[in-house]
Design a protein around this ligand. Structure first.
Ligand code: PLP
Length: 426
């Protein structure tokens, strides 16, 4: 085990190195970023712990990476495509920047069949996180943004990097000029929109990472109405939509009128185990217009052509296999397996008297430890059980008193984690 990006750790943040310095000033927005990105920091703690206890049998329920093998039908399609590249007939160079049309059609048909998203509105990419950054580049530094609190750190960090925020404020753990929409148990994990200031952009993730909460149809209707009334654009992240087991919408476009106010970002990472393979997509509806009437899709197309150049053709062949009848069925079996894990972990925490949220429509459990600091809970669990979780604070000030526990893991390890947790406070 190696720490991933050691130079992102707080130890290196804002610290000057000795040696030759160029005359290039550091980007002021990079200077504003707080103590490294959350997950590299956790990797660093994990690394230090495994150095201290090399025999402990660390169980990683932290970062939220998938663990189960990708079904053979999908890897075979990628291998076949890769081998064909070695033949005169099968060789292909650059593809369309927006993605292979067969895959764009398959995404539109699989995920948006009844909501009128056209293949031309689907932009295939190398993942949701990259698309979030490309959308930030599209919007530039002069827009105001709102995020759920807690939320996936990628939205805020990319906002800071492109210059949409002011400085970080130590007193409240928030950046200036970013609106934090509290989503806690007191408001059923959905923001109180009547008390939310207008922003140009609203990042909204459902099911949310980290709370695992999927917004209801009624709530999403409110969100779309709010965006319409304020002339805002929603950037809706549906990376976990395939984990939804109840009636909650799987796409923002299930809500009438959403095509005039929303962009949707999604990913093959968590439903197809493509976290390392890399494949995602973004839907930009033709109806979405700027203040001056110009279509957002035209600018997004320009960004994709200029800054991306298209997803790997080998990976797109895999994506197409994921959406075949047999491929999709095999993937849903893996999703069900992870959700079985979620039930086991939820039972373990519940047996300790802890209130567990999430874990029903998403592979994350959001466990409440009233009155405790989330980094303290993280450290205590790591020290006593050798299980890595994520401190809720890493997802925003609204994550204090919680940890996020990932249900991605091999069943044996999950059962072992459950045994260790049940003994934690004995
Ligand atoms: N969006 C959310 C809400 C996530 O939790 C993650 C990864 O954990 C991503 C996006 C990143 O997805 P990708 O692997 O497609 O970049």
């Amino acid at each position: 085990l190696q720490p991933k990006t050691t130079w992102n750790s707080p130890k290196f943040n804002n610290e000057k190195s000795v040696g030759h310095c160029t005359r290039v000033p550091r980007n002021v927005n990079m200077e504003k970023l707080q103590s490294g990105y959350l997950f590299p920091e956790i990797c660093m703690r994990e690394f230090e712990h495994s150095q201290k206890y090399p025999q402990a049998g660390l169980i990683r329920l932290g970062v939220g990476d998938t663990t189960e093998p990708i079904p053979d039908i999908i890897t075979s399609a990628m291998a076949e495509h890769a081998h064909a590249l070695s033949t005169v007939q099968g060789y292909r160079g650059y593809g369309a920047e927006q993605g292979n049309m067969a895959l764009r059609k398959a995404i539109a048909e699989t995920f948006y069949r009844d909501v009128g998203v056209k293949a031309d509105e689907v932009f295939v990419s190398d993942g949701a996180q990259c698309d979030i950054s490309r959308l930030q580049m599209l919007m530039g530094p002069n827009v105001s943004v709102a995020v759920q609190d807690p939320s996936f750190p990628g939205y805020i960090d990319s906002s800071v990097i492109v210059g949409q925020s002011g400085m970080f404020q130590d007193e409240n753990g928030k950046y200036e000029n970013i609106v934090y929409m509290k989503c806690g148990r007191e408001n059923n994990f959905f923001p109180d929109l009547s008390n939310t200031s207008r922003t140009d952009i609203i990042f909204f993730c459902s099911p949310n990472n980290p709370t695992g909460y999927a917004a209801s149809r009624q709530q999403l209707k409110q969100l779309v109405e709010f965006a319409k009334a304020n002339g805002s654009i929603i950037v809706y992240d549906s990376a976990y939509a395939t984990y939804i087991s109840d009636e909650s919408p799987r796409s923002i476009f299930e809500i009438p009128g959403a095509k005039e106010v929303a962009i949707e970002v999604s990913s093959f990472s968590k439903f197809a185990g493509f976290t390392g393979v890399r494949l995602g997509w973004t839907v930009v509806p033709e109806e979405l217009l700027y203040l001056n009437g110009f279509p957002v899709i035209k600018d997004y197309n320009r960004i994709v052509c200029t800054c991306f150049n298209g997803a790997s053709s080998v990976v797109q062949a895999g994506g197409l296999a994921c959406l075949s009848k047999d491929g999709y069925r095999a993937l849903i079996a893996v999703v069900d397996y992870y959700m079985g894990n979620a039930g086991i972990i939820a039972d373990a925490f519940t047996s300790l008297g802890r209130k567990v949220y999430g874990g029903k429509n998403a592979p994350y459990l959001w466990v409440h430890f009233p009155g405790m600091s989330s980094w303290d809970i993280f450290s205590e669990i790591l020290e006593k059980t050798h299980i890595v979780t994520v401190p809720g604070r890493g997802f925003g000030p609204g994550g204090e008193e919680y940890i996020r526990v990932s249900a991605f893991g091999q069943r044996e390890r999950i059962l072992e984690a459950s045994r260790r947790l049940k003994n934690l406070y004995k």
